[in-house]
Ligand binder design. Structure first.
Ligand SMILES: Nc1ncnc2c1ncn2[C@@H]1O[C@H](COP(=O)(O)OP(=O)(O)OP(=O)(O)O)[C@@H](O)[C@H]1O
Ligand SMILES: [Mg+2]
Length: 441
């Protein structure tokens, strides 16, 4: 392959990344063609499929891609015994005494909040079964379930898979749930991931109702619900005082960013689970941990490992080398994962697209500038730009998930405008990733 000229390095990285993703999606399946005019780019030529020559290359490095998937939850979460124990100590009384419990897990991106809750639910269910008790759990992300009825629907579907998605008020649904729990004779753990989105959109009434569920009952079996709330933001910043008062200090944990040695152990575990033996030396594990320690984010470390493994295989190597890690680093960004971009609705994607284009030559932008750029992106995609209030909501939602920074303006800007910043990712890369996920939708 021709060595990329320095100024085209970024374009090269984007294409390389897209190529990785093409391979990710096509696997051993049908060939995929990416067509572009030859003079535009030396790496793509007319009717010259980018992944030609990669299609049939056997995968000699990675043995199980599923174990690198972000939704995969390992049997053991490395360096999270303490938080796991705190959760257990609090929630076990829901099974033993039928009391409602609540717990809040906070921490920055990739600190294992969602995985901790999922692993806990699975292990807790086993623990209860050994005591002859039944535990059910409903786990949901409030970015997509941001109203009380959407949350309640998902909970009830756990017991009645074909429950109608409209026609019942939240109060009625709480009553139905009470009957369902009674009939099933089970305790329930409800996990609300990114709960701050629900509270911002719909307030905290449902949290309050769930945390006092069945409290008035004096006779018969009480059916307890344990509530696990997850957010990056501290709960004190978005919960109202009534709901906060139901949370004891001991029922809140802050997951710290992972240290370099902790990240090395997390990477080592994935190497064992997902790579062919002898393909990743411990030096490489340490190197990946070192690079990721800047963020303390396990997702970033795992994505780096996966991309390095793919790059090594694409280069026909028998094991991952430091150059593969360096190449993977140029393509992997903490905070901005494709998962996150894909889960945004169209309007928020257009908002972020406008911002990423506008900020190529700027270190920050005002909300007014962002709104204009959003309108241009909407026009391009044939969408009607929404009004100012809705646009402001999109900005806040993007800030809530860490895709933009949104803060008060400093000196030099008039009025009470806010300023927008982007996380540590080149705008061009963000734009390319966004266009890619928007195309896939
Ligand atoms: N302690 C750990 N041991 C093994 N894998 C981990 C650990 N912590 C996190 N991971 C892995 O890192 C990835 C990110 O973890 P997770 O989704 O739980 O982070 P999060 O804190 O919920 O992030 P976000 O704030 O972006 O939602 C997942 O693939 C998860 O399996
Ligand atoms: Mg999460």
């Amino acid at each position: 392959m021709i060595a990329p000229a320095p100024q085209s390095y970024l374009a090269f990285s984007i294409i390389y990344r897209l190529r990785l993703n093409v391979i990710k999606r096509c696997g051993a399946g049908k060939p995929i063609e990416i067509v572009e005019t030859p003079h535009q780019n030396p790496y793509l030529s007319l009717r010259n499929p980018v992944c030609m020559g990669f299609e049939d290359r056997p995968q000699k490095i990675i043995s199980d891609f599923g174990k690198l998937d972000f939704d995969y939850v390992p049997e053991k979460l490395v360096h999270r015994d303490g938080p796991m124990q705190s959760l257990f100590s609090t929630l076990k009384s829901s099974v033993e005494d039928g009391t409602n419990q609540r717990f809040a897990i906070t921490g920055s991106v990739g600190t294992g909040k969602s995985s901790l809750a999922k692993r806990f639910c699975l292990d807790f269910q086993d623990w209860a079964a050994k005591k002859g008790q039944r535990v059910e759990f409903a786990i949901m992300n409030c970015r997509s379930r941001n109203t009380p009825s959407a949350v309640m629907l998902k909970v009830i579907e756990r017991f009645q898979p074909n429950f109608p998605d409209r026609g019942f008020s939240v109060t009625e649904m709480l009553e139905i749930l009470r009957k369902d729990l009674s009939k099933a004779g089970t305790h329930l753990v409800v996990v609300l991931d990114e709960v701050n989105v629900l509270v911002k959109k719909s307030g905290s009434d449902l949290l309050y109702s769930l945390s006092r569920f069945d409290d008035e009952r004096v006779t018969g079996t009480r059916h307890s619900i344990s509530l696990i709330m997850i957010s990056q933001q501290p709960v004190t910043e978005f919960l109202d005082s009534a709901t906060l008062s139901t949370l004891k200090r001991s029922n809140q944990i802050l997951l710290d960013k992972y240290s370099r040695p902790e990240l090395a152990d997390i990477v080592r575990q994935r190497v064992e689970l997902a790579f062919h033996p002898g393909t990743v030396d411990d030096d490489i594990v340490e190197f990946i941990a070192d690079v990721s320690s800047e963020f303390g984010d396990a997702r970033f470390a795992i994505e780096l490992l996966e991309n390095a493994g793919r790059a090594a295989n694409d280069d026909g190597l028998d094991s991952v080398g430091p150059e593969n890690v360096r190449a993977a680093k140029a393509l992997t960004y903490s905070v901005v994962t494709e998962n996150k971009l894909a889960s945004l609705d169209r309007q928020k994607q257009l908002t972020l697209l406008g911002i990423s284009r506008m900020m190529r030559k700027k270190s920050f932008a005002t909300t007014g500038e962002a709104e204009k750029a959003y309108a241009v992106a909407c026009e391009e995609f044939g969408e009607r730009p929404r009004g100012h209030t809705q646009f402001w909501g999109y900005l806040q939602a993007l800030a809530d998930v860490g895709l933009i920074g949104l803060g008060p303006s400093g000196k030099g800007l008039q009025g009470n405008t806010s300023i927008i910043t982007l996380p540590d990712i080149p705008c061009k890369v963000l734009e390319a990733k966004l266009l890619q996920v928007m195309e896939e939708k």
